[in-house]
Design a protein around this ligand. Structure first.
Ligand SMILES: O=C(O)C(=O)C[C@]1(C(=O)O)C=C[C@@H](O)C=C1
Length: 283
C-alpha cells in the first residue's frame, strides 16, 4: 500500500508533545493540511510507517531528565526498518490537570505517560504524597481521563487540558527547568524528504560480533581516529542473554564525509552489523 504523502503518525490523542512535534515537521515538510494519524503507542507509530499506512511518523527519542525513550531505541534496533529523517527538540512544561469540578482533596490517582510521571517525581512527592500513580499511553490521554473522572489528576500540557476539557491546576510542575525531549521524524528507507538544516546528525545502531574485552574501546577508538565527536552513546540489552548489549551512537556529521565513511567501513569489518538509523538535518 502506498502511503499518502501528507500522512503523519503520532502518539495520540491530540495534545501530546509528539503532536506538537508532528505539526512542526509538517510545516517544515511543506505539508499544509497533514493527515495526522493518532496512535496508541510508539510501536504503533513505527508499524504505520513500516506497513506503509503513513508516509511519516513522529516518535520521542530522548529526554533531558530521564534519558532515552527505550521503546523508540528498541524499535530501531530490533523491530523496524524505519529511518530517521529529522529531529526536533521540544521544551516540555507539564501541568497538573484536573476535572473542571475537582479539588485537590478529590485526587486519589495521578495518571500520565511514564516519562511525564518520572519528570515530575519531586513535585508529586512534595505535593501529592501517598497518591497512587498509573502509567497511561500519553500525557494527553491522562488529560482526557482526568476530564472524565474527578478522582484522577493528569500530567499534560495546557493544550491537552483545553482540547480534552480538563482544567489546569498547576503549571510548570516538571522537576527541572530546561526539561526537553528530542523527537525523530521517521520514514521508510529511501524516502527523501525536503528537510534542510545548518548541521547534519547521524544515528547508528552497532551490534557486536562477539562479547570480548575491549569491544567498546575498539568502537570508540575508530571514532577517535576519525576525529568524530560523539553526541550520544547508549547501550541496550540485545534480549539474547543477560549481559549482552548493543550500542546506539550519534554524532554531528554526514555518512558521506570521507572520515565518517572510513570509520564506518572499519567498524563494518569488526562488528556483526552497523545499522545507519539516519543521517538527517538538525537545527
Ligand atoms: O505523552 C506525550 O505527550 C508524548 O508525546 C510522549 C513523551 C515521551 O515519550 O517522552 C514526550 C514528551 C515528554 O517527555 C513526555 C512524554
Amino acid at each position: 500500500m502506498a502511503a499518502i504523502s501528507n500522512s503523519i503518525a503520532f502518539l495520540g490523542p491530540l495534545g501530546t508533545y509528539t503532536h506538537e512535534a508532528a505539526l512542526f515537521f509538517a510545516e517544515r515538510l511543506g505539508i499544509e493540511d497533514p493527515d495526522l494519524v493518532a496512535c496508541a503507542s510508539f510501536d504503533e507509530v513505527f508499524d504505520c510507517v513500516d506497513r506503509g499506512r503513513t508516509a511519516y511518523g513522529v516518535v520521542g527519542k530522548e529526554n533531558s531528565l530521564e534519558g532515552p525513550v527505550t521503546a523508540t531505541l528498541d524499535n530501531f534496533a530490533f523491530r523496524s526498518g524505519a529511518v530517521i529523517l529529522g529531529e526536533k527538540v521540544v521544551d516540555i512544561h507539564h501541568c497538573l490537570v484536573l476535572h473542571p469540578d475537582a479539588q485537590r482533596a478529590d485526587i486519589t490517582t495521578v495518571a500520565s505517560h511514564p516519562q511525564g510521571l518520572a519528570q515530575c517525581r519531586r513535585f508529586l512527592n512534595e505535593n501529592l504524597p501517598g497518591v497512587a500513580t498509573i502509567a497511561v499511553a500519553s500525557t494527553a490521554e491522562s488529560a482526557r481521563i482526568a476530564a472524565a473522572d474527578p478522582s484522577v489528576a493528569g500530567i499534560a500540557n495546557a493544550l491537552a487540558a483545553q482540547l480534552h476539557g480538563a482544567k489546569v491546576a498547576r503549571t510548570d510542575i516538571e522537576d527541572h527547568l530546561g526539561n526537553q525531549t528530542s523527537f525523530a521524524l521517521i520514514g521508510r528507507p529511501g524516502s527523501a524528504p525536503q528537510l534542510t538544516g545548518p548541521r547534519t546528525k547521524t544515528s547508528l545502531a552497532l551490534f557486536l560480533q562477539v562479547d570480548r574485552a575491549g569491544s567498546l574501546s575498539m568502537i570508540l577508538s575508530e571514532f577517535s581516529y576519525a576525529g568524530i565527536n560523539l553526541s550520544m552513546i547508549q547501550s541496550r540489552p540485545t534480549k539474547q542473554q543477560l549481559g549482552d548489549y548493543m550500542f546506539f551512537l550519534e554524532f554531528f556529521g554526514n555518512v558521506n564525509d570521507p572520515a565518517v565513511t572510513t570509520c564506518l567501513n572499519c567498524l563494518r569489518m569488526k562488528l556483526r552489523e552497523v545499522k545507519v538509523l539516519g543521517c538527517y538535518p538538525v537545527e
